[in-house]
Write a protein that binds this ligand. Structure first.
Ligand SMILES: [Mg+2]
Length: 122
């Protein structure tokens, strides 16, 4: 299983990456949506992308819209990683084709539960 962690915070990428590795993912990172699209263009689709909301260049919603507008990425699962203050806007990402979301601060258990719900065995 391959996962892409997309976040402009290096600390958050490290936290999420470590957790995904524990669950069994091979993890790569991108620092914003445009960087993520470039990397996906090189590597092809991944099984799961964890997507931050606020990022420079291309934010999380714009990334979701771009991925869902590209036929070669339809099987990718997209999980928004958001804060409570952004929760009202998460619906826009779900409407654009995101599959799930997790709210910061999250626990290892809550993220594992979401991944299990999405069909990724922990
Ligand atoms: Mg951010």
């Amino acid at each position: 299983m391959r996962a892409l962690v997309i976040d402009d915070s290096k600390a958050m990428r490290m936290i999420l990456g470590r957790l995904l590795k524990e669950v069994g993912f091979e993890v790569s990172e991108a620092c914003h949506g445009r960087d993520a699209l470039d990397k996906l263009g090189q590597t092809g689709a991944v099984d799961l992308a964890l997507v931050d909301w606020n990022m420079p260049e291309m934010n999380g919603l714009e990334f979701v819209q771009a991925v869902r507008g590209d036929g070669s990425f339809q099987a990718m699962k997209l999980m928004m990683v958001t804060t409570e203050s952004e929760i009202a806007r998460v619906q826009a990402a779900m409407d654009a084709g995101a599959d799930e979301y997790v709210m910061k601060p999250f626990t290892t258990e809550s993220l594992r539960d979401k991944l299990t719900m999405m069909g990724f065995a922990a």
